[in-house]
Design a protein around this ligand. Structure first.
Ligand code: SF4
Length: 61
């Protein structure tokens, strides 16, 4: 998995804007509002890393 979420950079407790950016609906949010990527659905397009305003998602590609 090339995408990793940095919980320290994410403010959490909010409606994460990148859940709507993911083309395959692979991102949901946990009980604290932290985004969670479903690795079985993710196609590693990198859009979430590009659009996260907090740069909380790293794309290691
Ligand atoms: S890399 Fe693309 S497919 Fe994977 S979670 Fe991010 S936006 Fe969705």
């Amino acid at each position: 998995m090339a995408l990793t979420i940095n919980p320290l950079a994410c403010p959490q407790n909010h409606r994460c804007p990148i859940t709507r950016v993911c083309p395959v609906g692979a991102i949901s949010q946990d009980g604290y509002g932290l985004p969670v990527i479903d690795e079985t659905q993710c196609i590693e397009c990198g859009k979430c890393a590009k659009y996260c305003p907090m740069r909380a998602i790293e794309n290691k590609h």
